[in-house]
Ligand binder design. Structure first.
Ligand code: ZN
Length: 388
């Protein structure tokens, strides 16, 4: 099946707090649990920031290592992408975990204003991160908040600091950066195809723009991103009960107009989680969504099960190969070798499941009513956009 959709889930970010949405995964154990549930719902790429115990952003390599170790154990097929951005992290620390060799890492190729800060990415810093990623075989995801970031990317590709084909993410809806306008996406795509032909791409909308931008991307053959980092609500009246719920909504969009239901499908994955908690990878996680295919009752996973003995649907595997373009990267160690590089991960198998996040409509969640008043209906909390 050609051109499947990769759904990226940005599980935590650096700005939202539990007081904004109690479903936000903060500890590494919670992040692994949330990623696992999102993976079962259809996410095939996880973008992660880590937090300190007080919820402030962290650059601690040990936390990134623990997350990656847990994900490799519980969701071995998902693409792991570390964030090198975000508010509250010292510039010199933002790439301090790249030696862990995640599959991907974010790379903003220029500076831009965010709602209340300047998101600083000086030229030398960008070149340093790009060089490190190239040398370690990490696929960068180019974060395009403004047009110059796209032209800068073309220059870095021409110079050999970013290996072709690059993977670009267009971000819309951050206050003081690019607004969510469909014509801007079209212009960016045309420029991308001219300057860096062969590039793959994702579009991400912040806050209330998230699902709108996802529709634009799907209509144009792009990939999509969701998650509590970018958007804490399912709709203007309801806090998202989990990252998985946002992924399910996005998967419904990817499946096409025949699947508009907003009712979350039954959670058929509970039995699949148990072996994972015992340290055994879940069986046959379905990790892609075909475009324009009606969802089967009970969730998109049904009917897409991998053939016996295969972990990934072949179409997703092909798309993953296309993005990663193995020929463009130096040889990498196998997963088993990489796991041995995370001795600080500890035993995450006994971590209790975090379950206060199931089905909390805003109206029924008394503690959030004050939050609702602070952020009127339809108005995303401006600060949430600072932490891409
Ligand atoms: Zn981020």
């Amino acid at each position: 099946m050609p051109n499947p959709v990769i759904i990226a889930v940005a599980i935590t970010g650096s700005v939202p707090r539990r007081k904004d949405n109690p479903a936000l995964p903060v500890t590494v154990a919670e992040q692994i649990e949330s990623t696992h549930a999102a993976h079962e719902a259809g996410a095939t790429l996880v973008h992660v920031h880590v937090r300190n115990d007080d919820e402030t952003p962290s650059s601690d390599p040990a936390r990134f290592a623990a997350f990656q170790e847990g994900i490799r154990r519980h969701c071995p097929d998902i693409i792991v992408q570390f964030s090198t951005g975000g508010r509250g992290r010292a510039l010199e620390q933002r790439g301090a975990m790249l030696h862990l060799r995640p599959d991907m890492a974010s790379l903003a190729t220029g500076s831009v204003n965010f709602p209340s800060i300047v998101y600083e990415n000086p030229p030398g810093f960008v070149r340093g991160l790009a060089t490190t990623m190239r040398d370690l075989g990490i696929k960068p995801e180019i974060e395009v908040f403004d047009l110059a970031m796209l032209t800068n990317t073309a220059a870095l590709v021409a110079e050999g600091l970013i290996l072709p084909p690059p993977h670009v993410q267009f971000v819309f809806g951050v206050k003081n950066a690019l607004p969510a306008r469909e014509d801007i996406l079209d212009f960016e795509l045309a420029l991308m195809r001219e300057l860096i032909p062969g590039a793959t791409w994702t579009a991400a909308g912040i806050g209330r723009d998230q699902f709108t931008v996802a529709r634009w991307a799907l209509a144009r053959g792009g990939h999509v991103r969701t998650g509590l980092e970018d958007n804490i609500r399912l709709d203007r009246h309801t806090l998202a009960p989990s990252n998985a719920a946002l992924v399910r909504r996005t998967a419904e969009l990817a499946a096409g107009p025949a699947a508009p239901s907003r009712t979350p499908p039954p959670r058929a994955a509970s039995s699949a989680c148990r072996p994972c908690r015992r340290g055994t990878p879940p069986e046959a996680p379905v990790a892609f969504h075909p475009r324009g295919t009606a969802a089967s009752p009970g969730g998109q996973r049904r009917g897409l099960a991998s053939a016996p003995g295969r972990r990934l649907h072949p179409a997703f595997a092909e798309e993953r190969r296309r993005i990663f373009a193995p020929a463009a990267h130096p040889p990498r160690p196998c997963l088993a070798q990489r796991r041995t590089r995370c001795p600080g991960a500890g035993d995450l198998r006994q971590v209790p499941r975090h379950r206060p996040d199931r089905g909390q409509p805003l109206a029924a969640a008394a503690p959030f009513r004050s939050l609702h008043r602070r952020h009127p209906v339809g108005q995303p909390a401006a600060a949430l956009a600072d932490g891409i």
